[in-house]
Design a protein around this ligand. Structure first.
Ligand code: 5RP
Length: 223
């Protein structure tokens, strides 16, 4: 089975969690190729929801293209029951590296506003130790060199994502060479560096459920 087929299956499986949400809810929707497939599945049940909060401009466009109403998070007063998104890496404790698509800040905000995080991945994303995938860090442009030096002191090799600006007008440093043994601690340390907007470690608020696409079918994992 191809990686795209595995992504398709987990995208479809995530609809179960949308249908578990009260009818007329606003849900949270992530970004990336797996999230895009989820949006296409969501279109089939769009009458069950009032709309969605999007974690990127691209996601908002795709949702709207399917006739799904997109809400600004500031206009949503009720609880968001569920957030569905992919990941670049995830471990058995449901800690994730995200931000390969550069949407990490809005992803962390919408995930933080949601009661439940459903992570949808093909099996290549499940790892024993996070860090083979370079860790994305969104940074205020004027702090680029300062943040890069501090990240190097933490043992990483930061590299500017050339020609890329986030939806928030910032840059991304991709940090290679980190075997992340304690993801919540590293997330807290990087959050303390002045100029860091968001680190793409999602460990202090991990996923609640991982839907993992495997050759044997979709597996449902929890921490
Ligand atoms: C975007 C993300 C994505 O969830 C992550 O990059 C996974 O993407 P894909 O589903 O295309 O493999 O964090 O910022």
């Amino acid at each position: 089975m191809t990686q795209d087929e595995l992504k398709q299956r987990v995208a479809a499986a995530a609809i179960h969690y949308v249908m578990q949400a009260p009818a007329g809810s606003v849900i949270g929707v992530g970004s990336g190729s797996t999230a895009n497939l989820f949006i296409d599945e969501l279109a089939k049940v769009r009458h069950h929801i009032k709309g969605a909060v999007a974690s990127s401009v691209n996601t908002a466009r795709r949702l709207e293209g399917h006739g799904i109403k997109v809400f600004d998070l500031n206009d949503v007063n009720e609880a968001i029951p569920v957030y569905v998104d992919g990941a670049d890496e995830i471990n058995a404790r449901m800690h994730m590296i995200k931000g390969g698509g550069g949407a990490l800040t809005r992803e962390k905000i919408v995930a933080g506003a949601s009661a439940k995080f459903i992570c949808i991945c093909d099996e290549s994303k499940l790892v024993a130790t996070l860090g083979k995938f370079p860790l994305p860090v969104e940074v205020i442009p004027m702090a680029r060199e300062l943040v890069a030096r501090k990240l190097a002191k933490l043992g990483g090799v930061p590299k500017l994502r050339v020609g890329f600006t986030t939806d928030n007008g910032n840059i991304v440093l991709d940090v290679a060479g980190m075997a992340i043994e304690d993801p919540p601690a590293l997330e807290a340390s990087i959050n303390q560096i002045p100029g860091v907007v968001t680190v793409g470690l999602f460990a202090r608020q991990p996923a609640d459920v991982l839907l993992l696409g495997t050759a044997q079918g979709v597996k449902t994992l929890t921490a």
